[in-house]
Design a protein around this ligand. Structure first.
Ligand SMILES: [Ca+2]
Ligand SMILES: [Ca+2]
Ligand SMILES: [Ca+2]
Length: 205
C-alpha cells in the first residue's frame, strides 16, 4: 500500500494557509499529510477520510465516541474529513492547542444537538456509552440516575436543568482530569503521539 500513489496533493498555498491557521509548522504538516494520505487510502483511496477509516486509525470501533469526534472534525458536515479539517481538528487536540478550544471542543462533544446546553439526556447518553465501553454492565439504573442527579446538583449552578458553557467550564476547573480524558494530547501529547504511531504502523501493512 505504501507505494500506491495517493489521489491527494498538497499545494504550496494550502501549506502556507495551514501554517498560518493551525498550531503546526511546515515540517509537522508534511508528516501529518503523509498520515492523512495513509488513513484516507486505508479503505477507499479517495483522498478523504470516512468514519470507518477514522475510527480504525484512532484504534476505536465505530461507536458513539468515534462518531462524535468524527463529527467535530467534519466541520462542513459533508460526512468526510478533508486534509484541512484533519489538521484543524488535530490542532485542537495537540499540546499546543488552546485551553479555550479544548473546552469548546469537549463541550460540543456532549452537546449533540448543538443547542448550546448539555441536557440531562445528552449527559445520560454519553454516560451509558462510556459504561458499556468499559464493560461495567453491573451498574444499575438507580446508580446511573444517582450519578446524573449528583452531577447536575454540583454543576447546574442556576438550577435550570441544563448545563451551559459557563457552568461546564467551572466544572472543568474543579475536575481537571475530565478535560485530560476528553482531549487527545492534553497530557504530554500522549494520545496524539499514539495516533501518529498507530497510523505509521498501519501504513506499513
Ligand atoms: Ca468535511
Ligand atoms: Ca444540547
Ligand atoms: Ca444550568
Amino acid at each position: 500500500m505504501g507505494s500506491a500513489r495517493s489521489k491527494v496533493e498538497l499545494s504550496k498555498s494550502e501549506l502556507r494557509e495551514l501554517v498560518a491557521t493551525s498550531t503546526f509548522d511546515e515540517s509537522e504538516l508534511l508528516v501529518l499529510f503523509d498520515h492523512f494520505k495513509a488513513i484516507s487510502a486505508s479503505e477507499t483511496d479517495d483522498g478523504l477520510i470516512d468514519l470507518s477509516e477514522f475510527s480504525r486509525a484512532l484504534g476505536l470501533t465505530k461507536n458513539l465516541f468515534s462518531r462524535r469526534i468524527f463529527r467535530l472534525f467534519d466541520e462542513n458536515g459533508d460526512g468526510v474529513i478533508n486534509f484541512k479539517e484533519f489538521v484543524i481538528g488535530l490542532s485542537i487536540f495537540s499540546p499546543k492547542g488552546s485551553t479555550a478550544d479544548k473546552e469548546d471542543f469537549s463541550f460540543r462533544f456532549f452537546d449533540s444537538d448543538g443547542d448550546g446546553y448539555i441536557s440531562r439526556e445528552e449527559l445520560d447518553e454519553v454516560l451509558r456509552a462510556s459504561i458499556s465501553e468499559h464493560g461495567q454492565l453491573a451498574i444499575s439504573e438507580e446508580q446511573i440516575e444517582a450519578l446524573l442527579d449528583s452531577t447536575f446538583e454540583e454543576v447546574d449552578l442556576n438550577g435550570d436543568g441544563r448545563i451551559d458553557k459557563a457552568e461546564y467550564k467551572l466544572m472543568l476547573k474543579k475536575h481537571k482530569s475530565i478535560l485530560d480524558q476528553m482531549t487527545i494530547g492534553a497530557q504530554e501529547g500522549s494520545e496524539f503521539s499514539k495516533i501518529e504511531i498507530k497510523t505509521k504502523k498501519y501504513s506499513l501493512k
